[in-house]
Design a protein around this ligand. Structure first.
Ligand SMILES: [Zn+2]
Length: 968
């Protein structure tokens, strides 16, 4: 399983000067740039590949020329290391409002070849719905340069058609001729501007006219068109690709509008012959939609692999959410990509990430606003400098007050020194340069306090001085007063400093945290970030950067947690990516499955053919494995299953050990099929040395089982790991009911009733031991409508020969069995907010106890008959994963969970459902259970959806509302 990041010029200055907030060189072209793969060692780089879209490559001519000349691996700037695979695509989001992708198939193939990427992707067109009632109308933006603007298009048009205006390319690829010959005009021909008359008249005639117009394309069903065009490109590109020997692998991109359309597209492209399939167009979609689509495509792929005894790799474009790992893994995807971890470092809140749940707000230390005058910008710079000094002292554990005073006393000399320097050097030759950047660089280097000047007084002041230096010459001197005025303004502001130390005089301020907080609070309020105060407190108190051992946090420490400029923010993005990758590896372990090649390799064209013919049992047991990567070993290391066989295979054990050792460093597990002990011990040792767990097998079936077990608990369930709804025999079901406590309780008069604090402070046993405290079995204590219904249902199920265990989630005492004795109490989750519920649930160990019950027994069906607040208390979305994949869990009103897991059924139990059953919402879940209990024995087997049918069964007879009274 591989995680790719899109290449969007995410680079930092390799030699950035954090102390002075300075770039290493002011000229970007000369700067030594570090990409994420330069920051980390090969073993710890938190990505497995890079996605490079044509759109990004062609963003500037300079970049396009460079990459065309060198390719992505040899480009001196990008220099992607050889071990990182690269995928290149067109970047369909970039041309989503054009009627056609602006590229042709042949041209894209040569683009990929020029770029020297590992994988090229077919040309897709995002399916964006069909448009409005009358479909979609595309207009060439370049025809709006006359009197008519886009806003002048009459409402009568925009109300019924979805108008997409974009700048069309000067020339369309040839295939466009077949669809829209009118728009394929000569690149040099003038585009006539639209006039109001073009949009006047009945809508039908307007559209009719525009459909013949070279500046417009009209389609009634644009979604269908885009879908078909994407498939057509797949067909054509495949044929072109087969004709020549291209040095990259071809991936097909599929599009669709729902899981069925995606699955259909997948079937079609697999039949064409593709063995690498990418799911496009899901970036930004709600997670449950993405899950549905990924699952549907995954099932199609899996079925194809088994029918054809082959393997297919698949990729999800633009999707990487920790909540999606389960789906991606179980659906057998081989890779995915996303930039969101990186970007989260400077977009939205919680920019410093430790993991999915634990995020902190980086402290914003702002640069002066670009509209600030010189006095304002000097003040903002001095203020921010003080905060940076304080933050760094806090981080280092030194005295904040001393650090501030040291900074101030060392800054006192700067302005006088500037004045002195300028008087002496203002006419030096080095300032006779046209480019301001060059003048400023010379000033920075030559003047003793060049860097300190910017660090304390800001870039604005230094740039203004550099501007004067550029103008100033011996023949035509600038009056020195122009320099002095600037320096005088700066000096007046500096007189108000040090500003921060007085904030520390308050008698409440005792600890270093108090000190740094006093300064940060005042600064944040001053710059207008006072809405972040609470978040900042947490950041400073928790010091999350101390808990990260990535090279960035180790090197730059608190600077990674400071929100300021590209060099801090992007580094934090790299850190976030590393943390994300840790979670990814934890959930979807990095597994390599391989066997050693033999001399027979040369008789085969591809590794796949070789493995299928020469190691048929191994192939049989591994070709459809999810998560794991599959390959064949020779002296060069791993040859992937889809590779061509090497032209000169060698099995030299020393070379093999060296190469495998290097590659294994990026895997957690290496599972080797070794029939006859022919894999050299040195190879295994080399991998183990890199902390990769190595196991060898002689029986491929054992290997398979071990891989699936390593993938995660759910993967070994049932016949295979495919997500499939379980089907259970109805005989002697083992049923678990997780019920909840109710407000109404059967408590003897005058008995003491314990409250929320007492039930936390004392155990159930302690309270029961007190005088006059009655103990009441949980099954009798709760007398709510739902509990009564559930009790009836349980009784009936038991009398029909099923085993039922019933537990309650009690807001007073946590998880209790139905026969446990409880003292009277008055606590309910329904009156608490989410964080109170979580807090209390934690103190009562509800989740741990429930997990134990679920893990230690083997229930066929688990009912979670709980209301919303009680679902929160057990974290139901996580808890349902404890229901084994071949067993059934039943929840209510949790459709999102049902979408995610095939063995979980969510049954709607809302007001409208209650009405259908002639009852009210309270008690409806119990009524459902009674229906289930009554009907289940009429069936031989049940599946998740049959449970829903049974529960929601409404007797059409006249007396259905009296069902609850029926005796059990
Ligand atoms: Zn870190």
């Amino acid at each position: 399983m591989r995680f790719y990041v899109p290449e969007w010029d995410d680079a930092v200055d390799a030699h950035y000067d954090f102390e002075h907030d300075e770039l290493s060189t002011l000229d970007r072209q000369e700067r030594d740039l570090n990409y994420i793969w330069d920051i980390f060692e090969p073993e710890t780089t938190p990505i497995d590949g890079v996605l490079i879209s044509r759109e990004q490559v062609e963003e500037t001519d300079r970049k396009a020329d460079r990459l065309a000349k060198y390719g992505v691996y040899d480009d001196p700037v990008l220099s992607v290391p050889n071990w990182l695979p690269t995928i290149s695509d067109c970047g369909a989001w970039g041309y989503k409002s054009l009627p056609f992708p602006p590229y042709g198939n042949e041209e894209m193939l040569s683009f990929y070849k020029t770029l020297k990427v590992t994988v090229g992707v077919t040309i897709d067109h995002l399916v964006l719905g069909s448009g409005k009632e009358e479909g979609r109308l595309y207009l060439n933006e370049r025809a709006f340069d006359g009197d008519m603007t886009k806003d002048d298009i009459p409402d009568a048009v925009t109300e019924v058609v979805d108008v997409m205006t974009d700048e069309w390319p000067e020339e369309w690829p040839a295939y466009v001729d077949e669809y829209e010959p009118t728009i394929r005009t000569d690149a040099n021909s003038e585009i006539e501007p639209f006039t109001a008359a073009d949009f006047q008249g009945e809508i039908e005639s307007v559209l009719e006219r525009l459909s013949q117009d070279p500046r417009a394309v009209y389609r009634e069903d644009d979604a269908e068109f885009r879908y078909e065009l994407t498939l057509r490109n797949a067909q054509e590109m495949y044929a072109l690709y087969q004709r020549r020997d291209y040095p990259f692998r071809l991936m097909v991109a599929v599009q669709g509008w729902d899981s069925d359309s995606y699955a259909r597209a997948a079937e079609e492209v697999l039949d064409i012959g593709y063995d690498y399939l990418g799911i496009g167009g899901v970036a930004g979609s709600p997670i449950h939609d993405v899950r549905e689509i990924v699952k549907a495509v995954g099932k199609t792929v899996k079925a194809f692999e088994r029918d054809h005894n082959t393997r297919v790799d698949s990729h999800v474009f633009g999707f990487a959410k920790t909540e999606g790992f389960e789906t991606i893994g179980r659906s057998g995807m081989s890779s995915f990509d996303s930039a969101s971890m990186l970007r989260s470092a400077w977009t939205g809140g919680g920019n410093y990430r430790l993991d999915h749940d634990e995020r902190y707000d980086a402290i914003r230390v702002r640069y002066p606003s670009s509209s600030a005058n010189i006095a304002e910008s000097v003040e903002a710079s001095l203020r921010s400098r003080e905060v940076l000094v304080a933050l760094r002292a806090y981080d280092a554990g030194g005295s904040i007050r001393d650090a501030l005073n040291d900074w101030h006393s060392s800054s006192v000399d700067i302005l006088p020194a500037v004045e002195h320097y300028l008087r002496e050097h203002r006419h030096d030759n080095q300032f006779d340069e046209r480019l301001l950047e060059v003048v400023e660089a010379a000033f920075r280097e030559d003047f003793e306090y060049g860097r300190e000047l910017q660090a304390s007084f800001g870039g604005d002041l230094r740039r203004k001085l550099a501007k004067l230096l550029r103008e100033d010459g011996p023949e035509d001197p600038v009056p020195f007063s122009q320099y002095s005025d600037l320096l005088k303004t700066a000096d007046e502001i500096f007189d108000q400093f040090p500003h921060a130390p007085v904030l520390l005089n308050d008698s409440d301020i005792v600890t270093d945290y108090d000190r740094v907080w006093a300064i940060v609070r005042e600064y944040a309020t001053w710059v207008g970030d006072d809405d972040l105060l609470e978040e900042y407190q947490e950041t400073l108190r928790e010091r999350p950067w101390d808990r990260c051992d990535c090279p960035l946090c180790r090197e730059e420490s608190i600077d990674i947690c400071i929100f300021r400029g590209n060099d801090r923010n992007r580094r934090r993005g790299f850190h976030n990516t590393r943390r994300f990758y840790d979670e990814f590896e934890e959930d979807l372990p990095k597994i390599l499955v391989a066997t050693k090649g033999t001399a027979k390799l040369s008789g085969f064209e591809t590794v796949e053919n070789y493995l299928r013919d020469e190691h048929p049992e191994f192939w049989e047991q591994t070709h459809d494995l999810p998560i794991a990567e599959l390959g064949m070993l020779d002296a060069s290391g791993v040859n992937e299953w889809w590779d061509d066989t090497p032209s000169m295979a060698s099995f030299d054990p020393d070379r093999m050990a060296a190469n495998i050792g290097e590659q294994a460093a990026r895997y957690q597990y290496l599972f080797l099929q070794d029939d006859d002990g022919s894999i050299d011990d040195a190879v295994i040792e080399a991998a183990r040395e890199k902390e990769c767990a190595v196991e060898t097998y002689s029986d491929p079936a054992d290997l398979r089982e071990q891989v699936l077990e390593t993938c995660g608990e759910n993967y070994v369930a049932g016949e295979d790991f495919l997500p499939h709804p379980p089907e259970l025999d109805v005989d002697n079901l083992d049923i678990l009911v997780i019920d909840q406590c109710s407000g109404s309780k059967d408590v003897p008069d005058n008995a003491p009733v314990f409250d929320a604090d007492e039930t936390l402070q004392f155990s159930r046993e302690d309270l029961l031991a007190r005088d006059n405290v009655p103990g009441i079995a949980a099954r009798d204590l709760y007398t709510g409508r739902q509990q009564a219904n559930v009790r009836d249902a349980v009784r009936r199920l038991r009398s029909n020969g099923h085993d039922v265990d019933r537990y309650f989630i009690s807001a007073g005492f946590g998880l209790v069995g139905e026969n446990d004795y409880l003292p009277p109490y008055e606590v309910t989750f329904s009156s608490m907010n989410v964080s109170e519920i979580r807090d209390r649930s934690g103190k009562l160990y509800i989740q741990e106890d429930l997990q134990k019950v679920l893990d230690e027994s083997d229930y066929d069906v688990v009912f979670f008959t709980l209301s919303k607040d009680y679902y929160t208390s057990i974290d139901v979305d996580k808890m349902v994963q404890r229901v084994k994949a071949d067993r059934i869990g039943v929840v209510f009103n949790r459709e999102l969970v049902e979408d995610q897991f095939d063995n979980i059924e969510s049954i709607p139990a809302r007001t409208e459902d209650a009405k259908r059953h002639g009852t009210i919402v309270i008690g409806l879940k119990g009524l459902y259970m009674k229906n289930f209990a009554k009907q289940v024995d009429n069936l031989e087997t049940i599946r998740p959806e049959t449970i829903e049918e049974l529960c929601r069964y409404v007797d059409d007879g006249p007396n259905q509302t009296t069902l609850p009274q029926e005796k059990s």
